[in-house]
Every structure is written in structure tokens, then in C-alpha cells.
Design a protein around this ligand. Sequence first.
Ligand SMILES: Cc1cc2nc3c(=O)[nH]c(=O)nc-3n(C[C@H](O)[C@H](O)[C@H](O)COP(=O)(O)OP(=O)(O)OC[C@H]3O[C@@H](n4cnc5c(N)ncnc54)[C@H](O)[C@@H]3O)c2cc1C
Length: 467
Amino acid sequence: MTVETDVVIVGAGIAGLVVALEAVTAGARATVVESDDQIGGMLRRGRIAGVDIDLGAESFAKRTDAVPRLIADFALPLEVVAPRSGPAHLVSQHGVGLPGARWSRLPLPRRTVIGIPADPLAPDVVAIVGDRAAERAAAEVLDAPVDPTASLADVVEERLGEGLLRDLVDPLCRSIYSQPAAAVPLPRLHPKMWEAFERTGSLLAAAAEVAPNAPGGTAVGGIAGGMWRLADAVARVAAERGAVIRTGTAVGRVDPASGPGVAVTLADGETIRADHVVIATGPRGAANLLGRDSRAIDAGATAPIQPAVRLLTAAVTSDDLSAEPVGSGVIVAPGTCTAAKALTHIDAKWAWAREALPEGTHLVRLSARADDTAGLDSAAAVAREISHLTGTRVDRGDIGEVITTRWRDAVVPAESDSWTATVMDAAARGIHVTGAVAAGTGLASVIPHARALAHELFAVPSVRKES
Ligand SMILES: Cc1cc2nc3c(=O)[nH]c(=O)nc-3n(C[C@H](O)[C@H](O)[C@H](O)COP(=O)(O)OP(=O)(O)OC[C@H]3O[C@@H](n4cnc5c(N)ncnc54)[C@H](O)[C@@H]3O)c2cc1C
């Protein structure tokens, strides 16, 4: 059977759903096909200790106004909220393997962009990187070439020094973008910071312009009740306006149709013919559907791309955690001997979670590399890790329910030239790519890219007045 429509969107993550919403709002017929049983992709709902929470993205960066603008433009019934806690902390181990090796657990500095400080001599920066590295960073090398293809690590090391890169920029880059600073150029990570850097010729001046004045790690926004609600609300409005959203059905092939348009073949053999196809699947799916190996996307980064991410979300009964010892959570510096690479104290961070939980019950999320099986496979290990990272005492008996989530497509490689050529060639045939694979990781990038693509395809005016 062949069905006809104006656009087929492959993948009901936030990118695909936003394209669908824009398409139907512009009067086009849109069908979204999602392989999973639920919509949302990395905006996924879980339930623990009787509370609905996020098992994927749990906040959005404020480097763009993408999320509040989407909510306002489509009058989505969602409340944007700010984190409630003090700064997140950076846990580092100094002198690993040497006598006198020590741990530090320090608040993240207030005014930084991916760890690049507005003032390298600010006490909260010096506490982490030390006097020498702070003084080196303050003496920024201003006459180095400005190269948009250089990695963030190369730019920071050359201008601000190795110490700042190692102790602050790289840990934050890994934490925010799931990639080492050596793997990706600044323009792709943070276009606004790059624009300010190009204009001023100084990383410090750019950070002074762009850095938020908020406790470290809290310059993000959230949605009351969880970010999964954003995907839910977009899907609901898109469906109300006529989008067809099919779950539990994978798209197997996308080919030129025998007449005009593109033929989309579902795993069950059904075909949908459309004028446009938008692939919003994540890197692996996009590479498969465009007939490439997923490694073809990778620009041959100078550092290995991290493998998939494993999250453990645990309900913990602990009076010590009620004092919120690490604010919204912990980022672990590379090279530190821990099983988890980050910890989020969910109810310290979000008031809606705190209000939903009984007194003394906490929700803690540990993130680890998916291939790192050591260290987090029992309640005792989870308790030990939480104790370790927060500096409090948590015992095995304090750990209640634990949810494990694996994300295979969470890391987006920097695009290779041959991948860019593949994408452009496909676009000429009516097959377009959006989502994190095209825009970079994070809602602040993914949503504007999806909206811009939909505006281009369906001639939506860029400023919309919703009734
Ligand atoms: C643990 C975690 C925490 C994160 N935290 C944050 C955060 O705090 N803030 C932030 O801004 N970003 C965060 N991110 C990143 C952010 O979630 C993603 O960049 C964004 O959600 C990607 O959206 P997407 O629509 O491009 O892809 P996805 O959400 O991956 O959606 C792709 C969809 O396509 C479907 N699909 C794949 N192949 C097929 C096929 N062949 N046929 C049909 N369907 C298919 C998949 O099932 C999936 O539902 C986080 C990500 C993870 C994993």
C-alpha cells in the first residue's frame, strides 16, 4: 500500500516533532514515523519513587532562547523554571597513583562559558586551577590565529594555557557536550561565544560578554515537571493540527520515488510517498538511511569519541543529602578514579521534584560511559559512588529503586567533509537531515535547526503570531 503526504519525518525526538508542528501549522500534511513505542527520543519520561522524571535531557542551555520561544510561539501549556540549588561541584583527583594524591570537591565558578572564565583571577577559578594556571590564563595570547576549524582544546591551550584547559575547560566540555574539548571546534559548540571571540579577538573578553552571572552549572532552564513534557506538548499540538504520529514503526529505506518525490519504506514493507523527507533520527539512523556507515560522519577528531552513555537514576533515603552538599550535582574531572562521570541531585536542582518527594527521600542520577561496567552494578556500589562524590554517608540500605537507561546515540561527532557532501546531495533530492546530527548536541541547537529547516521547506514566516 502506498500512502501520499507532503512530508514524512523519520524520528519523533524533539527535532522531528518540531518539524511536524511547523509543517502542519503551515498547512502541510505531515506524517512522523518513530521506531520506539514512545515519542520524545532523548526527552524521555521515567517514573521513580512515584514521581515522573527525565531519563534523558533534564534541562536546556540558555545560549539560545530556543525553548522559551518555542513554548511562547505555540502557546504550549508549560512553565519554564530555573534551578533552585547552589552551584554544582567539580570533583578532581590530583596526583593519581602518587603518594599524597588528594581529592578536591569545589564549586564550579560563576562566570564561565564551557569553563572559559570572564576573570581567570576570580577566587572560584583560582581555587580549581591554581595560581599559576590562573595567571597564565590572565596573560591571554592575543595574536594567535583565529581558526574556526581548530578544536576548542587547541584554541584554549594556545591562548589561555594548558592548566585551564585540563582543569576546567575539558571537564566542562565533556560534561555539557559529552565530548572532549579536543574533539570539536568552538563554533559548533557555542556559536554565540564564537561570534564574540571573532569580534573581540579575545576568549576572555568573549566570556565576559557571554558568561551568565549565576552559580556554576545552574545557568540552564528547565520545565516544571520535566523536559519530557516539551516533547509531549509539541506532539499533542502537532497531532491536534493534523500531524499523523506513528510509533513502534521503523523506517527502513528512503529512496527517490518512481514519480516525483521520495519513497519511504517502513520496516513492515508499507511505503509512504512524500514531496520531502526529513531524517531526524540521530547519527546512526541518519547514516543508515543515507547509505553511509555511521563512522562516515566523524571528521576524524583528534580525540576518541566517547561511547554511549549509561544513566542510573536512584531513589535514596538520606538525611545527609537533605543539606544538598554538592548543590545541583557533581562533574568529575577526567582521570579521576570514579565509576560515574557526573552526578545530578535532581530534587536539589528542581523544586518540582523536591515538592513531589517525601521528606528525606532524594533522587540522584549517576552518568557513566556505557562500556564502563565496573563499579555501578549493585545497590552497594551505587551507595558507595554517591558517598564518594557527595562527601556524605550513604549506605546500601538507603538505596531504593534504581532505573538504568542507556543512550547509544548521545554523542554527536564533528561532521566530516564527506558527510556534509552526502547531506547536501540528499537535500537536492528532497531528503533533509535535522536533529543533533546536523545541529550539534542540545536543545538550544536542535530546536532552532529544526524550525529553520521547516521554515525553509514550508515557507513559514519567521515571526509567528499565535492566536
Ligand atoms: C542522558 C542525556 C542527557 C542530556 N541532557 C541534555 C540537557 O540537559 N540539555 C540539553 O539541551 N540536551 C541534553 N541532551 C541532548 C539532547 O537530549 C539531544 O541533543 C536532543 O534531544 C536530540 O534530539 P533529536 O530529536 O535530534 O534526537 P533524538 O531525541 O535521539 O530522537 C531521534 C528519534 O529517532 C528515532 N529513530 C531512530 N532511527 C529511526 C528509524 N529508522 N525509524 C524511525 N525512528 C527512528 C529514535 O527512536 C528517536 O526517538 C541530553 C542527552 C542525553 C542522552
